[in-house]
Design a protein. Structure first.
Length: 312
């Protein structure tokens, strides 16, 4: 569907308010554009020069007309201004400053870190929320200015380094809602996808429990070799895996990477084949990304993939 994932398919009261303002502004603007266009066409045909000597009679001002075309747009602007103020209040209600956020989203070049302060769960790029519940969400950046935008759920908001802001994130119905970084932030700006996965409260609680659990360390086979390799190679300098020595927060937390739908902020679907391609040459899929090509052998890649895909 052409309007899937667009502001015209709102799934929260905040997004509905914004969609209403958007539609009304678009209709009024479109009507004025059409009116002006038709008048220009009419006047150019009706009063065109017909070669009958000299100028036609010149009209130099009509007070009533001038008052009308000053007052009418003025009233229209005042109306739109009041409507906009109302939508601003409805689409972004305030909250007590003492309230702990349910979610913290930290933008990075070029992925999203997702933290759940109440439980301590950490993930990346895929934001699970319980459908119908307002999640107070703190937005910040670790490097440059990014912008968090999931059109069906609500307003856009800048992610600014050193200046956290908050929004309410809510989806009325279960489903997956796509969003993107909406502020140019460097070469891979286009590949900073957001997936908001709204599910029932039970499914969400279960997901949180999974996320805070320490995954089992494999003790045999390729996966065990991959686990050892992960600690020896530079992987652990940037990534964290709960229950191991890897605790860095430069790249996405990989504790439960096997449970995610996508890799590299939505660039690839999560499958063993794609993960192998990605680890083998990240720059081929996301040129400029901070994940380097480690020039791994085929065996090393297979071992790492076996390990990472088992992290559930
Ligand atoms: Cu991050 Cu654009």
């Amino acid at each position: 569907m052409p309007f899937d994932n667009s502001p015209f398919a709102p799934v929260s009261e905040f997004a509905r308010a914004i969609a209403g303002l958007f539609s009304v502004t678009l209709i009024i603007g479109g009507a004025i554009f059409l009116l002006v266009l038709l008048l220009v066409i009419y006047v150019s045909i009706r009063y065109r020069y017909r070669g009958e000597g000299g100028y036609p009679p010149q009209v130099m001002g009509r007070r009533n007309l001038e008052i009308a075309w000053t007052v009418a747009p003025g009233l229209l602007l005042v109306g739109l201004f009041i409507f906009t103020l109302r939508v601003m209040v409805v689409s972004d209600p305030s909250h007590a400053s003492s309230q702990t956020p349910d979610l913290k989203i930290i933008a990075h070049q070029w992925w999203w870190e997702v933290r759940y302060p109440p439980s301590g769960a950490v993930t990346a790029n895929e934001i699970h929320i319980p459908a119908g519940k307002r999640m107070l969400t703190e937005i910040e950046s670790a490097d440059v200015i990014h912008d968090f935008w999931v059109p069906q759920l609500g307003r856009k908001i800048d992610a600014t380094p050193g200046h956290p802001t908050t929004i309410w994130l809510v989806a009325d119905d279960p489903g997956t809602y796509l969003g993107r970084c909406a502020e140019y932030c460097g070469v891979q700006h286009a590949n900073m996808q957001i997936r908001v996965i709204a599910e029932s409260q039970d499914a969400f609680d279960q997901w949180i429990q999974q996320q805070v659990a320490v995954p089992a360390t494999p003790d045999s086979g390729q996966a065990a070799e991959g686990a050892a390799l992960f600690q020896q190679l530079p992987c652990s300098n940037c990534h964290a895996i709960l229950g191991t020595d890897a605790g860095a927060t430069i790249g996405p937390d990989l504790t439960h990477v096997g449970l995610r739908e996508t890799l590299a902020a939505g660039v690839l679907e999560n499958s063993p084949g794609n993960l192998a391609q990605w680890i083998g040459d990240p720059q081929a899929y996301k040129p400029g990304a901070h994940m380097p090509n480690l020039h791994l052998t085929g065996d090393q890649i297979n071992q790492l993939v076996a390990y990472l895909e088992a992290l559930k």
